[in-house]
Ligand binder design. Structure first.
Ligand code: ANZ
Ligand code: ZN
Length: 841
């Protein structure tokens, strides 16, 4: 009798044994191909949740399989340990952010160990460790040297609740994404990393990433938002409407529509606005638009369906192509951060201008119209403006013909059209504008007025200005004595900020802002390659061996920011000569959510199933197998206790099968008979399917293949009497089940391998089982094909042929076709494994 499957009897035993044996420790080995498997590192917010279990189990299966397939595998873990939640939790529970953070890290570390994840713990990286963040500061200095760091004043999002600035994407409908306070615009001096210098490369190199989901690449491209167009200079008029020497430049993607400009727009934040309206009758209305704009996020303001707010300034500009004076308005849908913050409004061609014109009763003369339209017919040769309004419901932005456009009338118009190029040339020759490219991507605002982060290594000196902290003085240590419950920051600690200038030696003030935690997560995957380096963030040799990450796994919520920032850092590392790679992550898998009764599991909704509870009941292996079996990794997964129960029972069947087979005294040997041959075939088919499915991340179907093999082996043992069973074939099936299960249920497989089957060494150090194509080949059958009841042909086919395929072969047979001849096939009946019957008449 084989004992009952009891994961608690051995899971911990193997975790300790693996540690003791150093099974997952890894070093560079030029004799072996490498594979770097990485899951996005966690934020230590508390206990692990099912999202973690899913993310890290996927990575663990990929890593363990790669190791058995002969790769030298780097599979590390660490913690993204700086950030605001630690401060908030510390305030609430009257502890120190460090205490809270390191406490949670220990909890998570223990849970990851219990899950049996194959991490090289020696390489663990914790971003709030001095040994890590000092290299973040070093990186900041390197970027500064390269001109990639800038401190400048601009209107930023200020959250009074969190008492810090926020990035644009952290403002949702005018409120802070974290604390929901209304966000204010403040003009503040902040630190920026000039990611825009890499905008073109970040966009173009998306093409080098065939292993990334198209959706993520599209999101990145959209975020970078490269637009080709032109700058056009409009002359500003004074209060009396007389042209001045001053010009205002706009960015447009459609210079071919210049003759359709009927008004001119400035962003509410545009520096000219104050000067134009101060003390005039227009001022109060304009101020109202400014207030509305200040309370909206950039994303909301830019949305085309939204109600628009605008007000005239009473001032005018001159259109350079036709000398026409148009009025300057202020409108909230114009963003200061895009283009030049000024827009030539063309209501016939731009939907937002169209809606604005309708709202305020401004004219909409057509200038680019579809070539086959009545308007084109009528205005084809009309250079002056005859038609001042259209009867359209929306703007027309497609290609067409230019009308009412002076000397350009009759030319093709539209994006990148011949007409557009002619207009740009015309402007360029006269010094009124020229070709340009604009990006939606902004420089990265990285300074935060919060304590729990990486101090920015800079000093403010009255005499010397901004001075970098010398490399030799790194790290600027984050002081631990802070009263976080009083909301203190570094700016409240004179013993921190009072310093001397590294350049002139005079009294100076140390920068008290810390860096956005996204800077910490932008390069941690390089640190894993060389985690203990004390002379550099990582060595070139380590990067040459390990970089890039071969497989990255994480949530879709990081599709833009983290991945974009990491790509940026990698390119800077490359330009510093620290790595040869252009891109950090060769392949990306974005995993779906874990839901309970249709809702995403989350602490705030109170609908979490705690992984630790499930391990207590079913063991780690059942949880791992369950989470992979229930859905393909990219899809959302609906939690089900029955499903987990079912996978636990499946592991019990594996346990019993391998146990019984290994307990049996060797019996029959010699050439396998038909039944044994069939079992061998199932064994090798399972090897092929599981191998292929893991490569494609189809873990659920891979597990189905193992289940089928277990069934086939059980069938064999049921159908064949004990004394007749083929010892070699049976044992091959049991060994194969064990090896194939090793990445999924590592503890069970190890127990079976070492203790039950009595094999030598760890199952995880074995070579992935080799697939024998000959053995896997299906039996062949002879299938008679009848035409109208008479056998006309006999097909030799694989026993497991699909009925549809069999039907196709039957109808293609020369002999069958000869007998169908000019008749019509009325019906084909396929009796699988037996017969095909064709009725023709
Ligand atoms: C005139 C025009 C005519 C425009 C037309 C479009 C169509 P994309 O393609 O997204 O780059 N624009 C320029 N700066 C802006 C700002 N700061 N805030 C809001 N809108 C701005 O968008 C470029 C177009 O968006 C520009 O081309 C400009 O409108 C507007 F038939 O100029 B266009
Ligand atoms: Zn100085």
């Amino acid at each position: 009798m084989v004992s009952k499957y009891d994961p608690h009897a051995f899971e911990e035993k193997w975790q300790s044994a693996w540690d003791a044996e150093g099974l997952h420790r890894v070093a560079e080995d030029p004799s072996k191909p490498k594979k770097y498997v990485l899951e996005m590192f966690p934020y230590p917010s508390g206990d692990i949740h099912m999202g973690h279990v899913r993310n890290y189990t996927i990575g663990d299966v990929v890593a363990r399989h790669a190791a058995m397939a002969g790769f030298n595998v780097l599979h590390p873990i660490g913690w993204d340990a700086f950030g605001l939640p630690a401060e908030n939790a510390a305030i609430k529970s009257d502890t120190h952010p460090a205490t809270w953070t390191y406490g949670n890290i220990e909890k998570q570390r223990a849970s990851f160990r219990r899950m049996g994840f194959s991490y090289d713990w020696d390489r663990a990286v914790v971003t709030c460790d001095e040994g890590y963040y000092r290299w973040g500061q070093w990186m900041f200095l390197k970027m500064w040297e390269r001109g990639l760091v800038e401190r400048r004043s601009s209107p930023v999002n200020w959250c009074p609740g969190c008492a810090t600035v926020l990035a644009n994407e952290q403002v949702i409908e005018g409120a802070c994404w974290r604390c929901k306070s209304r966000v204010e615009k403040r003009e503040l001096e902040q630190w920026y990393l000039k990611i825009t210098e890499y905008a073109d490369e970040l966009l173009d190199d998306l093409e080098k990433l065939p292993g990334w989901p198209e959706r993520v690449k599209a999101m990145q491209a959209n975020w970078i938002g490269r637009s080709e167009g032109a700058e056009v200079r409009f002359t500003l008029c004074d209060e009396r409407g007389e042209p001045t020497d001053e010009t205002i430049t706009v960015f447009t993607t459609r210079p071919d529509t210049l003759f359709g400009v009927t008004f001119f727009l400035l962003a509410p934040e545009h520096p000219l606005v104050d000067r134009l309206v101060s003390g005039t009758e227009y001022e109060s209305d304009v101020r109202r638009v400014q207030e509305i704009a200040a309370s909206e996020s950039a994303i909301d303001r830019a949305a085309s369906e939204r109600a628009k707010h605008g007000a005239p300034t009473g001032r005018h500009v001159v259109n350079p192509v036709n000398g026409e004076k148009v009025e300057i308005w202020v409108a909230d849908y114009v963003l200061m951060e895009y283009g030049t913050g000024a827009v030539m409004a063309v209501p016939c061609g731009d939907q937002r201008d169209f809606e604005f014109a309708r709202q305020y009763g401004l004219p909409i003369p057509p200038v680019v119209v579809p070539s086959d339209s009545p308007l084109a017919e009528r205005l084809r040769e009309v250079g002056d403006r005859e038609v001042t309004d259209v009867e359209w419901d929306e703007a027309y932005s497609g290609p067409g013909i230019m009308v009412q456009s002076g000397e350009f009338t009759g030319m093709p118009g539209g994006k990148a059209s011949a007409g557009m190029h002619c207009v740009v040339n015309w402007l360029t020759e006269r010094g009124l504008g020229g070709e340009t490219v604009s990006y939606r991507l902004r420089d990265w605002l990285i300074s935060r007025q919060r304590y729990w982060g990486n101090p920015i290594p800079a000093v403010h000196c009255e005499r010397c200005g901004l001075v970098p902290v010398p490399e030799a003085e790194l790290p600027v240590v984050l002081p631990m004595d802070i009263d976080i419950t009083k909301g203190e920051t570094l700016a409240d600690r004179p013993e921190f900020y009072e310093t001397t200038c590294p350049s002139c030696g005079g009294a100076a003030r140390r920068e008290t802002d810390t860096m956005d935690t996204f800077t910490d997560s932008s390069w941690y995957y390089f640190r894993y390659m060389d985690a203990h380096d004390e002379a550099a963030p990582f060595s070139r040799a380590a990067s040459d061996y390990w970089a890039p990450v071969d497989q990255y796994i994480g949530g879709i919520e990081h599709a833009i920011l983290h991945l974009l920032y990491s790509r940026f850092f990698t390119k800077v590392f490359r330009d510093l000569g620290m790595t040869a790679v252009d891109e950090p992550f060769r392949n990306l898998l974005t995993q779906g959510m874990v839901r309970l009764e249709g809702a995403t599991m989350s602490k705030s909704k109170g609908n979490v199933v705690a992984p630790e509870d499930m391990i207590d009941r079913y063991g780690a292996d059942a949880l791992r197998v369950y989470i992979l079996f229930m859905a393909p990794p990219e899809k959302d997964l609906d939690w089900s206790y029955e499903g987990l129960e079912g996978m636990y029972r499946f592991l019990g069947r594996v346990w019993r099968l391998v146990g019984e087979v290994s307990a049996e005294k060797p019996v029959a040997s010699g050439d396998p008979d038909a039944a044994a041959t069939r079992l061998r075939r199932e064994t090798h088919r399972a090897i092929r399917r599981v191998g292929e499915d893991i490569e494609r991340f189809q873990f659920n179907t891979a597990l189905s293949a193992v289940m089928e093999l277990v069934n086939a082996a059980n069938d064999y043992r049921r159908d064949v009497a004990a004394g007749q069973r083929h010892a070699g074939v049976q044992r091959e099936a049991a060994r194969t089940v064990t090896l194939l299960m090793a990445p999924y249920a590592p503890h069970l497989a190890e127990e079976l391998w070492r203790e039950v089957l009595g094999e030598r060494g760890s199952v995880h150090s074995q070579a992935w089982p080799e697939y024998d194509a000959e053995a896997a080949k299906a039996e062949e059958l002879e299938i008679p094909v009848q035409v109208n009841g008479k056998v006309r042909d006999r097909l030799i086919v694989a026993a497991d042929i699909e009925p549809a395929e069999l039907e196709r072969l039957a109808l293609e047979s020369q002999k069958v076709r000869a007998h169908v001849a000019d008749k019509e096939v009325r019906k084909v009946v396929v009796v699988p494994g037996k017969l095909v019957s064709v009725v023709a008449g």
